[in-house]
Design a protein around this ligand. Structure first.
Ligand code: 5GP
Ligand code: MN
Length: 317
């Protein structure tokens, strides 16, 4: 059932014990929106816990409240709650959270591919980040920002908008960020933390770049990390940004192996709708940034995604 913003705020007001979750492979928006909303709801006197069913990359340690995030584990007890809030994704990418939290769900997201209809859902694809929606909810709930909530929300907005450079950046984005800066948020502090990479990861970047492949008359570029290379690189965050800038390239793709016969695909585009390509493999995202998982060996996954991108580019003529 689709909700309006004020109904969404009402659902939050009506619950006392709330669990927040977001997508696996969490990014700045997933973590920022969870922690930002956690701070706001705690200001309202709610009991809030945050469960994200994955490891939290160390760059996010600057976010106040990060130590609250739990991951599910085998011996975990069911968490009593009146409401489970799923942020920045539909319900298909939250790992095992619903095995431990049986509460009714409220889904808050900004992905155009979110087709959730069995639960209460607020999706606004105009928003550059789920954190922009959390910002709006704070206003709707009339809860003033604090340094803690502002820093978390700002981080999600900044990371999902590519630090205010991507086409999802709107005047709303800039105004929200400007207002959050009034609460001691320093943009350089956030961007320096988010860009931090270990020496080994930068070495991995060099190896990843050596796999670069340009196809479809130079309109597409890919980094294809086989099992061995994928296993040797701790994080590929930001790698795709190095090839999406190549002159003439519309679609950039990064393929890496997660486990045996499990490959992860990230795509970025300037024009082509990559969310449709991702959706055709059961993934999703935004028109210009999307991803999916291909359950097949590396070589087959590489061939499959190149063919799909070729086809999407071919249709444009
Ligand atoms: P990234 O390439 O940074 O992992 O993801 C780009 C965008 O696509 C993000 O908004 C992310 O949430 C979304 N996305 C990535 N992988 C998947 C997926 O497997 N399923 C869905 N529904 N969305 C995805
Ligand atoms: Mn997001």
């Amino acid at each position: 059932m689709k909700l309006t913003l004020d109904k969404t705020a009402e659902v939050l007001r009506g619950a006392q014990r709330i669990v927040l979750t977001a997508h696996v492979n969490p990014d700045g928006d997933a973590i920022g929106s969870s922690l930002g909303l956690m701070h706001i709801l705690r200001e309202m006197g709610k009991e809030v816990s945050v469960i994200i069913d994955d490891d939290i990359p160390s760059i996010f340690s600057i976010l106040p409240g990060i130590e609250n995030i739990q991951k599910t584990h085998e011996n975990m007890q069911e968490v009593p709650a009146d409401l489970l809030v799923v942020l920045d994704t539909a319900l298909d990418r939250i790992g095992k959270v619903q095995e431990f939290v049986k509460a009714p769900v409220l889904n808050i997201d900004h992905h155009i591919t979110n087709k959730e209809d069995k639960v209460r859902v607020y999706v606004d694809a105009k928003r550059a980040a789920t954190c922009e929606i959390v910002y709006e909810l704070a206003k709707e709930l009339e809860i003033p920002f604090t340094r803690d909530s502002a820093l978390c929300i700002y981080t999600g907005i900044a990371t999902d908008s590519g630090f205010f450079r991507y086409s999802n950046t709107t005047p709303f984005t800039m105004r929200a960020a400007a207002e959050l800066m009034e609460y001691e948020v320093m943009p350089n502090y956030v961007s320096e933390a988010m860009e931090l990479k270990s020496y080994e990861v930068v070495q991995g970047m060099a190896k990843a770049l050596s796999t670069m492949n340009v196809f479809h008359d130079g309109k597409a570029a890919g980094l294809f990390l086989n099992d061995e290379l994928s296993a040797s690189i701790e994080s590929t965050e930001g790698f795709i940004d190095m090839i999406r800038v190549i002159e003439g390239v519309d679609v950039a793709v990064l393929l890496k192996c997660k486990a045996e016969n499990v490959c992860r695909v990230s795509m970025r585009s300037k024009r082509t709708d990559v969310s449709s390509i991702a959706m055709s493999f059961g993934g999703g995202g935004h028109i210009k940034a999307a991803g999916c998982t291909l359950e097949m060996p590396f070589e087959q996954a590489k061939k499959t995604i190149i063919e799909a991108i070729d086809q999407a580019l071919g249709q444009q003529g």
